[in-house]
Design a protein around this ligand. Structure first.
Ligand SMILES: [Fe+2]
Length: 178
Protein backbone atom coordinates (compact mmCIF):
# COMPACT_ATOMS: atom_id res chain seq x y z
CA UNK A 1 0.00 0.00 0.00
CA UNK A 2 2.91 2.27 0.63
CA UNK A 3 4.99 1.17 -2.33
CA UNK A 4 6.27 4.58 -3.41
CA UNK A 5 7.07 5.72 0.11
CA UNK A 6 8.88 2.46 0.81
CA UNK A 7 10.87 2.73 -2.41
CA UNK A 8 11.82 6.35 -1.73
CA UNK A 9 12.74 5.62 1.88
CA UNK A 10 15.52 3.29 0.77
CA UNK A 11 17.46 6.30 -0.51
CA UNK A 12 17.57 7.72 3.02
CA UNK A 13 19.97 7.00 5.82
CA UNK A 14 18.19 4.35 7.89
CA UNK A 15 19.35 2.22 10.82
CA UNK A 16 20.94 -1.19 10.17
CA UNK A 17 18.35 -3.85 9.53
CA UNK A 18 15.78 -1.37 8.29
CA UNK A 19 17.10 -1.24 4.73
CA UNK A 20 16.87 -5.01 4.42
CA UNK A 21 13.30 -4.92 5.69
CA UNK A 22 12.42 -2.11 3.28
CA UNK A 23 13.70 -4.13 0.31
CA UNK A 24 11.56 -7.13 1.18
CA UNK A 25 8.71 -4.82 2.04
CA UNK A 26 8.91 -3.16 -1.39
CA UNK A 27 8.53 -6.55 -3.08
CA UNK A 28 5.44 -7.30 -1.01
CA UNK A 29 3.92 -3.90 -1.71
CA UNK A 30 4.57 -4.32 -5.45
CA UNK A 31 2.84 -7.71 -5.29
CA UNK A 32 -0.16 -6.18 -3.50
CA UNK A 33 -0.38 -3.45 -6.09
CA UNK A 34 -0.44 -6.04 -8.87
CA UNK A 35 -3.22 -7.93 -7.10
CA UNK A 36 -5.23 -4.72 -6.74
CA UNK A 37 -4.75 -3.89 -10.40
CA UNK A 38 -5.94 -7.34 -11.42
CA UNK A 39 -8.87 -7.05 -9.06
CA UNK A 40 -9.90 -3.63 -10.25
CA UNK A 41 -9.01 -4.25 -13.90
CA UNK A 42 -6.88 -1.14 -14.11
CA UNK A 43 -3.33 0.05 -13.96
CA UNK A 44 -2.19 2.34 -11.22
CA UNK A 45 -0.75 5.48 -12.69
CA UNK A 46 2.94 4.74 -13.16
CA UNK A 47 4.89 7.09 -10.96
CA UNK A 48 8.26 8.01 -12.31
CA UNK A 49 9.13 10.52 -9.59
CA UNK A 50 9.32 9.10 -6.10
CA UNK A 51 7.88 11.13 -3.24
CA UNK A 52 10.35 13.15 -1.24
CA UNK A 53 10.85 11.41 2.07
CA UNK A 54 12.24 12.99 5.23
CA UNK A 55 15.93 12.42 5.84
CA UNK A 56 15.75 12.31 9.64
CA UNK A 57 15.04 8.75 10.74
CA UNK A 58 12.75 9.84 13.59
CA UNK A 59 10.52 11.59 11.02
CA UNK A 60 10.83 8.97 8.30
CA UNK A 61 9.95 6.16 10.71
CA UNK A 62 6.80 8.02 11.77
CA UNK A 63 5.76 8.60 8.16
CA UNK A 64 6.31 4.97 7.19
CA UNK A 65 4.47 3.83 10.30
CA UNK A 66 1.61 6.16 9.47
CA UNK A 67 1.32 5.02 5.86
CA UNK A 68 1.45 1.41 6.94
CA UNK A 69 -1.36 1.94 9.44
CA UNK A 70 -3.46 3.41 6.62
CA UNK A 71 -2.49 0.43 4.45
CA UNK A 72 -3.54 -1.95 7.19
CA UNK A 73 -6.97 -0.34 7.48
CA UNK A 74 -7.51 -0.65 3.74
CA UNK A 75 -6.30 -4.24 3.82
CA UNK A 76 -8.91 -4.92 6.52
CA UNK A 77 -11.59 -3.46 4.30
CA UNK A 78 -10.40 -5.53 1.38
CA UNK A 79 -10.35 -8.79 3.30
CA UNK A 80 -13.88 -8.07 4.52
CA UNK A 81 -14.92 -8.30 0.87
CA UNK A 82 -12.34 -10.81 -0.33
CA UNK A 83 -11.39 -13.26 2.43
CA UNK A 84 -9.14 -15.07 -0.07
CA UNK A 85 -6.77 -12.09 0.05
CA UNK A 86 -5.93 -12.54 3.73
CA UNK A 87 -2.22 -12.74 2.88
CA UNK A 88 -2.26 -9.01 2.08
CA UNK A 89 -3.64 -8.29 5.53
CA UNK A 90 -1.02 -10.51 7.12
CA UNK A 91 1.77 -8.70 5.26
CA UNK A 92 0.40 -5.32 6.33
CA UNK A 93 0.24 -6.45 9.94
CA UNK A 94 3.94 -7.35 9.74
CA UNK A 95 4.78 -3.98 8.17
CA UNK A 96 2.88 -2.04 10.81
CA UNK A 97 4.46 -4.14 13.56
CA UNK A 98 7.94 -3.49 12.21
CA UNK A 99 7.57 0.29 12.12
CA UNK A 100 5.67 0.37 15.39
CA UNK A 101 8.68 -1.30 16.96
CA UNK A 102 11.00 1.25 15.32
CA UNK A 103 8.84 4.14 16.54
CA UNK A 104 8.81 2.73 20.08
CA UNK A 105 12.61 2.42 19.94
CA UNK A 106 12.79 6.12 19.05
CA UNK A 107 10.31 7.16 21.74
CA UNK A 108 12.05 5.18 24.44
CA UNK A 109 15.08 7.47 24.07
CA UNK A 110 12.99 10.39 25.29
CA UNK A 111 14.31 13.94 24.95
CA UNK A 112 14.48 15.87 21.69
CA UNK A 113 14.55 12.74 19.51
CA UNK A 114 11.24 11.52 20.93
CA UNK A 115 9.80 15.04 20.81
CA UNK A 116 10.83 15.26 17.15
CA UNK A 117 8.99 12.02 16.41
CA UNK A 118 5.86 13.30 18.16
CA UNK A 119 5.95 16.58 16.28
CA UNK A 120 6.37 14.66 13.02
CA UNK A 121 3.36 12.51 13.94
CA UNK A 122 1.22 15.58 14.62
CA UNK A 123 2.20 17.17 11.31
CA UNK A 124 1.63 13.92 9.40
CA UNK A 125 -1.75 13.44 11.07
CA UNK A 126 -2.86 16.95 10.13
CA UNK A 127 -2.23 16.13 6.48
CA UNK A 128 -3.93 12.76 6.66
CA UNK A 129 -7.67 13.59 6.09
CA UNK A 130 -7.27 14.69 2.45
CA UNK A 131 -5.04 11.69 1.77
CA UNK A 132 -7.65 9.26 3.09
CA UNK A 133 -10.30 11.14 1.11
CA UNK A 134 -8.26 10.56 -2.03
CA UNK A 135 -8.04 6.84 -1.31
CA UNK A 136 -11.81 6.75 -0.81
CA UNK A 137 -12.47 8.68 -4.00
CA UNK A 138 -13.82 5.69 -5.94
CA UNK A 139 -17.58 5.85 -6.39
CA UNK A 140 -17.95 2.37 -4.93
CA UNK A 141 -17.21 3.99 -1.54
CA UNK A 142 -19.82 6.73 -1.97
CA UNK A 143 -22.46 5.41 0.44
CA UNK A 144 -19.96 4.61 3.19
CA UNK A 145 -17.28 7.21 2.50
CA UNK A 146 -17.86 9.45 5.54
CA UNK A 147 -18.17 6.54 7.88
CA UNK A 148 -15.01 4.90 6.55
CA UNK A 149 -13.13 8.18 6.70
CA UNK A 150 -14.03 8.63 10.36
CA UNK A 151 -13.29 5.01 11.14
CA UNK A 152 -9.84 5.01 9.51
CA UNK A 153 -8.77 8.26 11.17
CA UNK A 154 -10.09 6.97 14.49
CA UNK A 155 -8.08 3.76 14.20
CA UNK A 156 -4.91 5.70 13.41
CA UNK A 157 -5.48 8.11 16.28
CA UNK A 158 -5.95 5.17 18.64
CA UNK A 159 -2.67 3.64 17.48
CA UNK A 160 -0.72 6.88 17.74
CA UNK A 161 -2.12 7.37 21.23
CA UNK A 162 -1.35 3.81 22.30
CA UNK A 163 2.29 3.97 21.22
CA UNK A 164 2.76 7.43 22.73
CA UNK A 165 3.09 9.34 19.48
CA UNK A 166 0.11 11.63 19.87
CA UNK A 167 -0.19 14.68 22.04
CA UNK A 168 -2.87 13.04 24.15
CA UNK A 169 -0.18 10.89 25.75
CA UNK A 170 2.80 11.63 27.96
CA UNK A 171 1.90 15.03 29.23
CA UNK A 172 0.79 16.76 26.02
CA UNK A 173 -2.53 18.47 25.77
CA UNK A 174 -5.25 16.30 24.24
CA UNK A 175 -5.44 16.78 20.51
CA UNK A 176 -8.56 18.15 18.92
CA UNK A 177 -9.87 16.04 16.07
CA UNK A 178 -10.69 17.44 12.71
FE1 LIG B 1 2.64 -2.33 3.90
Amino acid sequence: MALWAVRAAQAQDVPPGVLQFLRRHEEEEAQHLKQFELLLGMNSYGKTVLPRMPSQWRVLAVHLYGYETVGLEFARLLVGLRPDLTSILEDEEVHVGFFEHEVCTILVHGGPVADGARLAAQAWRRRLPPTVNRYLHDESFASVRDELHRHILGEIDARFLAVGLSAGCEGGSPKAES
